[in-house]
Design a protein. Structure first.
Length: 224
């Protein structure tokens, strides 16, 4: 039984889709069905979506690190998705706004929530002829892999290279040094998604909406 068939069998009124592979055919079947759907952190053409303001988040991080004098900033991308695209867009816009050159060699492929792949990505960045002085990681969990890579190369964080994460997980506040990151307001995302879904259930002809939730920068100890 597919997810959509299960939803029909259970006679659910609506579905919120989050934290999954949005390219999965099982997801597409739900998206293309007749059950009200709201997605979190991914946008489909025909469905209401609730998104973190990833552009604003990355811009805030660029403003923070550039204000501390960083002009050579590496950026490790998450795996291909609308979230990754928005974060890269925010990073590039922030760099242009705050006078930081966007170097193609400083933007490398990584993967969300994969410390091993991001460990290797950091090593590639640091082997450049002119390595970055600050590295943006795809998320807080991946930042651990990046910091471990720097430690294994004998590079001190933040004395020699600064690191920032993204998400603001509890993990970021208990690692040492405490991670500088951008906290997504997951409670606001959930509340917006629930309200939007109820509206769709009660008014099926409601037009598609894209709603955003703000977050905030958490100043840690990994940027100097």
């Amino acid at each position: 039984m597919t997810t959509y068939e299960h939803c029909k069998y259970r006679n659910v009124d609506g579905v919120v889709i989050a934290c999954t592979d949005f390219t999965d055919p099982d997801v597409f079947e739900v998206i293309n069905g007749d059950i009200p759907v709201v997605t979190i952190d991914h946008e489909f053409e025909s469905r209401t979506a609730v998104l973190s303001d990833n552009i604003a988040g990355e811009r805030a991080l660029v403003a923070y690190v550039s204000g501390r004098g960083h002009k050579k900033i590496g950026f490790i991308k998450g795996n291909q998705s609308s979230v990754a695209e928005k974060r890269l867009e925010g990073f590039i816009k922030g760099c242009r706004e705050f006078g930081v050159a966007v170097e193609n060699e400083y933007i490398v492929d990584g993967e969300f929530h994969n410390a091993r792949i991001c460990y290797d990505a950091v090593k590639r960045l640091m082997k450049l002829e002119e390595p970055p002085s600050c590295i943006f990681m795809p998320d807080d969990y991946s930042a651990i892999g990046g910091i471990n890579a720097l430690h294994d190369m004998g590079i001190k964080v933040p004395e020699e290279v600064s690191v920032v994460g993204y998400d603001g997980l509890e993990l970021s506040s208990i690692v040492s040094p405490r991670l500088t990151t951008y906290r997504q307001d997951t409670e606001a995302l959930g509340a917006l998604a629930a309200k939007a879904l109820v509206e769709l259930i009660e008014n099926p002809q409601t037009c598609k909406k894209v709603l955003t939730a703000d977050g905030r920068l958490l100043e840690g100890e990994t940027v100097i």
